[in-house]
Design a protein around this ligand. Structure first.
Ligand code: ING
Length: 329
């Protein structure tokens, strides 16, 4: 091969290497966390998954919603200043129990996304997720916007879902430049609302990280129970495709304190296809190599927002909360 051919070869290789924004991501699915499990014992499990991910050259590992404790909104606590309820929250991040995770991640050069219950200095409580870069800096924080369930004790239920009692709602969907692309976060019930993905994609999101704790049984309509996995995949695959984004959905699943919770963690392409999925209900890494440039295949064609969206026709979406049906004739 002549000198010119070599030169052309290296040019094409460099072109590929430079334009491809590749990233190896891992959904770090967690199995059950029992009420009696200490945060330190949970962090040990998180670090085990982090170390395995690092051995596999993972760049970013995503943990589930409220990863440090059992899903405590399943219980009714009368007094909001109850010390046991307070014990589920973090007043600082990193906290003493999570410091080892931050240190290990920095040592290994792996970024991570962590869900936890946040207590602010002002005493506000949020269902929060943070994004930490590969040198241990918190680069983003998201507070769950869509809080499902109910506010008061409803003894008729097999278990409660009191997020609306224990958390305040976030009010925005920020995005951040990180890991070579633009990253957004959402939490659990957020993934069921199309506004979540569109808001993030309007902020340029190419990669959306979603932790979840989803009980299989849905008390208001048990007919949905058998569709738990289908609905979880449906909304995340649709959100990914309609916005030209990768979506990482990460479960805390399995039988936790007597409540069967959906696992089914998966990594989804901007095409809507599932690239990798969990095989178990326990602690498991679900890994995929993604190329953020693939997002353009959708964002610059079918879903070219600037060219095709019609916000003037969508007024109902922000002007209304509930539906307004046409008047009876
Ligand atoms: N959990 C659930 C979710 O949206 C839920 C709430 C449970 C919805 C069961 C439907 C069925 O996945 C959280 N934490 O939002």
């Amino acid at each position: 091969m002549g000198a010119m051919c070599y030169f052309k070869y290296w040019l094409s290789f460099l072109d590929f290497a430079m334009t491809e924004r590749s990233l190896r991501v891992a959904a770090a699915q967690m199995g059950p966390i029992e009420k009696g499990d200490s945060k330190s014992a949970v962090v040990d499990r998180l670090i085990t998954l982090l170390s395995l991910a690092s051995e596999d050259n993972v760049d970013l590992i995503v943990y589930p919603e409220l990863t440090l404790t059992t899903f405590f909104p399943r219980w009714f606590v009368e007094n909001e200043n109850d010390l046991e309820l307070e014990s589920f929250f973090e007043a600082n991040m990193p906290s003493p129990e999570t410091e080892p995770l931050f240190l290990k991640a920095k040592q290994l050069g792996v970024g991570f996304c962590l869900g936890y219950a946040e207590l602010t200095e002002e005493g506000e409580r949020y269902n929060t997720q943070i994004l930490v870069d590969n040198v241990g800096n918190i680069v983003g924080k998201y507070r769950k916007v869509h809080l499902p369930g109910h506010e008061e004790h409803e003894p008729w239920r097999k278990f409660q879902h009191l997020e609306r009692r224990y958390f305040q709602a976030g009010d925005s969907f920020p995005t951040w430049r990180a890991f070579g692309g633009i990253v957004g976060m959402a939490i659990c019930n957020d993934r069921r609302w199309s506004e979540t993905y569109r808001s993030l994609a309007l902020g340029g999101a190419e990669l959306i990280l979603i932790g979840y704790n989803t009980p299989i049984h849905y008390a208001p309509d048990p007919s949905q129970d058998k569709l738990a996995s289908f609905h979880s995949r449906l909304v995340m695959q649709s959100g990914a495709y309609q916005n030209g984004c990768y979506v990482v959905g990460v479960a805390k699943g399995g039988m936790e304190e007597g409540v069967e919770s959906l696992s089914d963690s998966c990594i989804i392409s901007p095409s809507g296809e599932i690239l990798a999925e969990a095989k178990t209900d326990g602690d498991e890494l679900v890994i995929a190599d993604i190329d953020l440039d693939i997002c353009k295949n959708y964002k610059e064609t079918l879903f070219d927002f600037a060219r095709y969206r019609r916000p003037e026709a969508y007024k109902a979406i922000t002007n209304q909360t509930g539906a307004i049906s046409p008047k009876e004739l």
